[in-house]
Design a protein around this ligand. Structure first.
Ligand SMILES: Cc1cc2nc3c(=O)[nH]c(=O)nc-3n(C[C@H](O)[C@H](O)[C@H](O)COP(=O)(O)OP(=O)(O)OC[C@H]3O[C@@H](n4cnc5c(N)ncnc54)[C@H](O)[C@@H]3O)c2cc1C
Length: 422
């Protein structure tokens, strides 16, 4: 085991999209930055994501951030000569009057901020998506500028552009604790020795409550399993590469095209929770497997079949599972808390970290270097549960985060409480 000590301006714990994007933006602003990951870069939640990008959210602030994120990605594509954003358009569909009301509110809100959105009837939806059941639809809306980001391409681009900006990366090196002296951050203790820096960013995804705990901070996140299926290309059910993504909140599912097949994922009502500290030291999320007869896989296939009747237990498909980082209100934690000077958090992306990461990197660099950002981040402040009763023990936190996941797609939303769930 090596025992090397080195100084940096900022150390980022975690080389998922959140940490990589933050490091890139810091590097671009001349900051000597190190990203440390316990495994390979992108081997956490990032490597398991479906990448759906729906820009219209429950608030103008959240929507504008995602619209800016697309521009950041387009610049990265030009710099790295790759395709990250696939613009397919997206649909929300309604099969109940409550859901139709939800869609009407969403369309009104989108139009009020000149976001491209239009309503479609069932016949128009059937023309766009001939492989989807549409005869029960009461309403739908279409957002032509939505699509998906390709997580692997995004990750590679962050690393390539980060290297060009001088960012250093250390992989297969777990951070064991965050170090401080008299309330001020001094660096991190890793399994390969100490690295020094006055600023540390906790971007450890599902593990971030543990890394925060190593610096005596209670971080209210929980680690929750998520599942999606990917059908193999089928000449009988042609799924065009540019077919719109679909969100069917009534059946709790989303879909998008993938390599000639279809990805269908589900936010089930009763999620599987993980205690990251109980997983083996060599746990590798990219090796997580899910069997066809697993309960959650069966639930997912059943839900997918309600909208895509040609999908059943015998359909050739791969099943993917991974672990997401959820917060009690479904919004991330970006920024610092009161108790430690120099410790920033960048985590809790609640199923939307891929699409939020481009702009989150800019926000984190702004907060670290300038102490403020032009973006309205009130809903994302890291200290919003700081010392708040009811959010201090793991069991309280886990049950609130699981409840948020369970209602993410299930609940019917009115405009004033439209959340950031897609
Ligand atoms: C199945 C699935 C589907 C998803 N679909 C979508 C989607 O369609 N759209 C979307 O936007 N998002 C989606 N997500 C969510 C998205 O993947 C996450 O929000 C995003 O990847 C979070 O990135 P992150 O950097 O915060 O965490 P991660 O990618 O998990 O990165 C954290 C990193 O920290 C490292 N780490 C942890 N502990 C330590 C330590 N002690 N020392 C050093 N390193 C450490 C880990 O190895 C890991 O690489 C999905 C997630 C899953 C699981």
């Amino acid at each position: 085991m090596q025992n090397k000590s080195k100084n940096f301006d900022v150390i980022v714990i975690g080389g998922g999209v959140a940490g990589l994007s933050t490091a890139l933006q810091l590097g671009r602003r001349g900051v000597k930055t190190l990203v440390v990951d316990r495994g390979a870069l992108g081997s956490g939640s990032t490597g398991r994501a479906a990448g759906l990008l729906g820009q219209l959210r429950g608030s103008i602030a959240a929507t504008s951030m995602l619209m800016d994120g697309v521009k950041i990605v387009q610049d990265l594509e030009a710099q790295c000569q790759c395709e990250i954003f696939v613009q397919t358009g997206s649909l929300r569909i309604a099969e109940t009057t409550e859901r139709a009301g939800e869609i009407r509110d969403l369309v009104a809100m989108g139009k009020s901020i000149q976001f491209p959105i239009e309503t479609l009837d069932a016949k128009q939806v059937a023309e766009l998506l001939p492989y989807m059941k549409t005869d029960d639809l009461l309403d739908a809306c279409y957002c032509p500028t939505d699509g998906h980001l390709q997580p692997a391409e995004l990750t590679s681009a962050y690393i390539k552009a980060g290297r060009q900006a001088g960012v250093e990366y250390k992989t297969n090196c777990r951070v064991d604790s965050i170090l401080n002296e008299k309330g001020k951050i001094t660096g991190v203790q890793t399994e390969q020795g100490i690295s020094h820096s006055p600023i540390v960013v906790n971007a450890a995804g599902p593990w971030s409550y543990l890394t925060a705990g190593s610096g005596d901070v209670i971080l209210p996140t929980a680690s929750i399993g998520h599942y999606y299926l990917t059908t193999r290309p089928d000449p009988e059910q042609t799924v065009d590469r540019k077919s719109p993504a679909v969100r069917d909140r009534h059946h709790r599912i989303y879909s998008r095209p993938e390599s000639g097949g279809l990805i269908v994922g589900m936010y089930e009502a009763e999620p599987v929770e993980y205690d990251m500290e109980r997983l083996p030291d060599d746990f590798d999320m990219s090796l997580m497997k899910v069997a066809r007869d697993d309960f959650n896989a069966a639930l997912l296939i059943h839900a997918a079949q309600q909208r895509f009747p040609w999908i059943n237990e015998r359909t050739p498909m791969t099943l993917t599972t991974g672990i997401m980082t959820f917060t009690p209100d479904g919004k991330p934690f970006c920024g610092k808390m009161d108790n430690l000077e120099g410790l920033f958090h960048c985590t809790g992306f609640s199923g939307h970290g891929i699409v939020q990461s481009p702009v989150v990197g800019v926000i984190m660099a702004d907060l670290i270097l300038d102490g403020s950002t032009k973006y309205d981040i009130e809903a994302m402040e890291a200290d919003r549960y700081y010392e708040l009763p009811g959010f201090q023990t793991r069991s309280e936190i886990k049950s609130k985060c699981a409840a948020m996941y369970g209602s993410y797609y299930g609940r019917v939303e009115r405009p004033e409480i439209l959340s950031d769930s897609e």
